[in-house]
Design a protein around this ligand. Sequence first.
Ligand SMILES: [Fe+2]
Ligand SMILES: [Fe+2]
Length: 198
Amino acid sequence: MNYAFELGWHTPGTWAHDVTDNPLALLSDHAHCELQAAVACQALISRYPDRPHLVDAAALVIEEEMGHFRRVVDLLRKLGGELGDTESNPYADKLRRGLGGTSKSSLMDRLLLASMIERRSCERFEMLAEKARQPELRELYSSLAPEELVHQRLFLNLAESECGVEESQARLAVLIDLESTVAAQVPFANRMHGGQKL
Ligand SMILES: [Fe+2]
Ligand SMILES: [Fe+2]
């Protein structure tokens, strides 16, 4: 696929097989990720209502993420599971902390972080599309991967148009380094953004 940028660290090829030893846990976590992606876009609109291009793009992504949420929950139920509780996401938390902020993050950081998380999700979705143990999961992730690729580009383009190309590219380089360390070091779990099984 044609990504706007490359990852600094690649998830090992065995990850998709390892993580689908508990597909219900993975799907429940994934559903919460889709929900959080929509929540992050709602926060963008609330915080920057005076930026019409940003508002329109974020509103579109919210609709798409909620569509993804529905598809993931539908498969979760079809396989006999149910949506579990929200759990903290060490991957996203470490990224936010590494960038030096939480609720007061700059617009550029919020957009680049969104693009970065979409980029890692694309990598994981592609792996699952090929190597998930369950055919239903391979089908779901084949269809979702290209849609998250669009979001990855959209958030990077928004950062560049709203905050400047050079500034965004410089900050993105920092974020790629940070993300590769975090992704490689978070512990393995049956979650979309867990680390490798050691
Ligand atoms: Fe999504
Ligand atoms: Fe997305």
